[in-house]
Design a binder for this molecule. Structure first.
Ligand code: GTP
Ligand code: MG
Length: 149
């Protein structure tokens, strides 16, 4: 099944939203494959956001991402990448619908509390970057309650 990289950003960790964000993915039926609280280096964050390095907001965004630890997660399930993005809402929280993570808990694009991979290819890259140690393997007892199998 498809996997996505979801990360609670430093503002989300500081505001005590790790449990809330994690709970939404759990309750939806996604399977947790990896999770850790980490203080990434500047180099690591620049690699994660390398596609945005030309943007004027890049230095400020890296500073924001360095302001405290992040909570890194891998979630697995049907259409995980796209569904994860829908659950996050639009990049700018002012355009995120109510019921989305950003729409419910954020106001500013530069403080949007959570990251989600934007394609399956980028999810694979991000998972390798954040979890070089590998993921956890286990089977869930309630798989047939989440999927027709
Ligand atoms: P991520 O899930 O964090 O990757 O966000 P995204 O995929 O919705 O947006 P994108 O990858 O284009 O931008 C990455 C992050 O840069 C955003 O989540 C914002 O925190 C920040 N960002 C994007 N656009 C702007 C902007 O116009 N101004 C500022 N200040 N920050 C921005
Ligand atoms: Mg992005």
């Amino acid at each position: 099944r498809e996997r996505t990289y979801i990360m609670v950003k430093p503002d989300g960790v500081d505001r005590g939203l790790v449990g809330e964000i994690t709970a939404r993915f759990e309750k939806r039926g996604f399977k947790l494959i990896a999770a850790k609280l980490v203080s990434p280096t500047k180099q690591h964050l620049e690699k994660h956001y390398e596609d945005l390095s030309d943007k004027p907001f890049f230095p400020g965004m890296i500073g924001y991402m360095l302001s405290g630890p992040v909570f890194a997660m891998v979630w697995e399930g049907l259409d995980a990448v796209k569904t994860g993005r829908v659950m996050l809402g639009a990049t700018n929280p002012l355009q995120s619908g109510p019921g989305t993570i950003r729409g419910d808990y954020a106001l500013a694009v530069g403080r949007n509390i959570c990251h989600g991979s934007d394609s399956v290819e980028n999810a694979e890259k991000e998972i390798a970057l954040w979890f070089p140690e590998g993921l956890v393997q286990y089977s869930r007892s309630h798989e047939a309650k989440v999927y027709e199998i």
